[in-house]
Design a protein around this ligand. Structure first.
Ligand code: KIV
Length: 286
């Protein structure tokens, strides 16, 4: 399947034109980047969800720009074909456009081709400054995790007609500011359908139903490597955690029973080394 992995093509992509939906998955390091890319996604998101998915934090608020740079570099080091988008973390773009451009510049220098930020109309100045600095921007509306405290928890957003209308206004504003795509997270499917129809750029849904122009999931949720409660919108396509635990248990058993390492997994050395070792060991009293 041909990838849609360049910003201008993505910006003009609407699944309603009879095309397949776009695909995006998060990745945080070289192995997850390789797996995502070999799996064939159009876009890799270095999400600030690395905070919860990998680093054991409760929310995405615990991660800063330097950690995002670290993870973005690792993802890009294996040269994925997919377009790499990196998240601007909390407080890296909330204190004026200059700071936002500096933060985004670090992610681009680390290898990302675009950045994502959360919020609607209030992000106008920042988005325009990023675009002036030639940095493509992906928007993110709905259940935006950086607003977890303001929302009072990770709860589905825009369920009322009034709130749905406000989100639609935000989506149209973001498109007007020039974002090349926008994530819709944790919103009712009928609203996502309306937004997708109303904006000229693709919507990428997560917990937003099937009408979006694309879908995104967190890597660890998708492959079954997450622990604890999974949100309703997650479908695990694998059971990596179970396989990993089974592999570790088998290793523990073989090491403790003296089965591993065997000859097949050991080095012999040059001719005569075996005899030299035997002589040394008898000197040592074996
Ligand atoms: O950080 C992340 O993983 C995200 C996705 C949920 C879209 O922003």
């Amino acid at each position: 399947m041909e990838r849609v992995n360049k910003v201008p093509r993505i910006a003009a992509y609407k699944a309603s034109d009879g095309r397949r939906p776009l695909t995006m998955v998060t990745a945080y390091d070289a192995p997850t980047s390789r797996a995502a890319d070999h799996g064939g996604v159009d876009m890799i998101l270095v999400g600030d969800s690395v905070a919860n998915a990998v680093l054991g934090f409760e929310s995405t608020l615990s991660i800063g720009i330097e950690e995002m740079v670290h993870h973005t570099s690792a993802v890009c080091r294996v040269h994925p074909e997919a377009l790499v988008v990196a998240d601007l973390p909390w407080l890296s773009y909330h204190q004026g456009w200059k700071r936002a451009v500096r933060s985004a510049g670090k992610l681009i220098k680390a290898g990302a081709k675009a950045v994502k930020l959360e919020g609607g109309r209030e992000r106008r100045e920042v988005i325009e400054a990023l675009l002036q600095a030639e940095i493509p921007v992906m928007g993110h509306l709905g259940l935006t995790p950086q607003s977890v405290n303001a929302f009072g928890g990770m709860v589905v957003q825009a369920k009322t007609i009034e709130a749905a209308g406000a989100l639609l206004d935000d989506a149209q504003a973001l498109a007007g500011f020039g974002v090349f795509a926008m994530v819709l997270e944790g919103v009712p499917s009928p609203l996502a359908r309306v937004v997708t129809r109303a904006v000229p750029v693709p919507t990428i849904g997560i917990g937003a139903g099937a009408a979006c122009d694309g879908q995104v999931l967190v890597f660890h949720d998708l492959v079954g490597f997450s622990s604890g409660h999974l949100p309703r919108f997650v479908k695990p396509y694998g059971s990596v955690a179970i396989e990993a635990e089974q592999a570790i248990a088998a290793y523990v058993k073989e090491v403790t029973e003296g089965i591993f390492p065997d000859l097949e997994h050991s080095y012999t050395g040059a001719e005569g080394l075996e005899e030299w070792a035997s002589a040394k060991l008898s000197e040592l009293g074996d």
